[in-house]
Design a protein around this ligand. Structure first.
Ligand code: AR6
Length: 183
């Protein structure tokens, strides 16, 4: 199984695990437009990270209102081992007729931009949109990995972009997809 590949001077790695346990500079939250919490990854990040993250989200909401799908904002990481949380909103899958792939690509690009602006050198992503938002896993993996690879090949100054997959099945899909990309 291919769980690591170099792009430019950076590494893309794949692990099975819990996003809240990752010792990296920035973890990405699969949030919703309210930025006020939810289930899945979002629930876990707020539960483990504590109230400082929600407080920071409320401040952002007071300034910008809702965060549209494809956008990303940064907060401190509270009690998580990471330094920052990048909150992004993936698309809800509606059968592929609403440019969901383009929105998912934007969510990854914007998240990496926020991470770089914050000075992060390592970033951990969950599989955005493939839980409650029902984006098909194979299509999501293709968008996620191709987008990250493209940003890294364009010279983004990062050491590692890690994908943290909850299930062994999802890890297998991401590994197959990574193997098919040229490093
Ligand atoms: N670590 C890593 N991956 C996880 C974890 C975890 N702790 N928990 C779940 N996953 P989802 P979405 C996997 O639903 O589809 C929330 O309510 C999960 O198995 O978290 O973008 C938000 O507030 C799946 O493979 O995110 C939004 O309303 C993947 O992470 C909505 O869900 C994403 O599942 C966002 O839905």
């Amino acid at each position: 199984m291919v769980t690591e590949q170099r792009f430019g001077t950076s590494r893309v790695t794949l692990v099975q695990g819990d996003i809240t346990a990752q010792v990296v500079d920035a973890v990405v939250n699969a949030a919703n437009s309210s930025l006020l919490g939810g289930g899945g990854v979002d629930g876990a990040i707020h539960r483990v990270g504590g109230p400082a993250i929600l407080a920071a989200c409320r401040t952002i909401v007071a300034r910008i209102g809702r965060l549209e799908p494809g956008g990303a904002v940064v907060t401190p990481a509270g009690d998580l081992p990471a330094r920052f949380v990048i909150h992004t909103v993936g698309p809800v899958w509606r059968g592929g007729v609403e440019a969901e792939e383009a929105t998912l690509e934007r969510a990854y690009r914007e998240s990496l931009s926020r991470a770089l602006e914050a000075g992060a050198r390592s970033v951990a992503f969950p599989s955005i949109s493939t839980g409650a938002y029902r984006f098909p896993i194979r299509r999501a993996a293709a968008v996620a990995l191709a987008t990250v690879a493209s940003v890294l090949e364009d010279g983004a100054d990062l050491d590692e972009v890690r994908f943290v997959l909850f299930s062994g099945r999802d890890l297998g899909v991401y590994a197959e997809t990574l193997a098919a990309l040229d490093g």
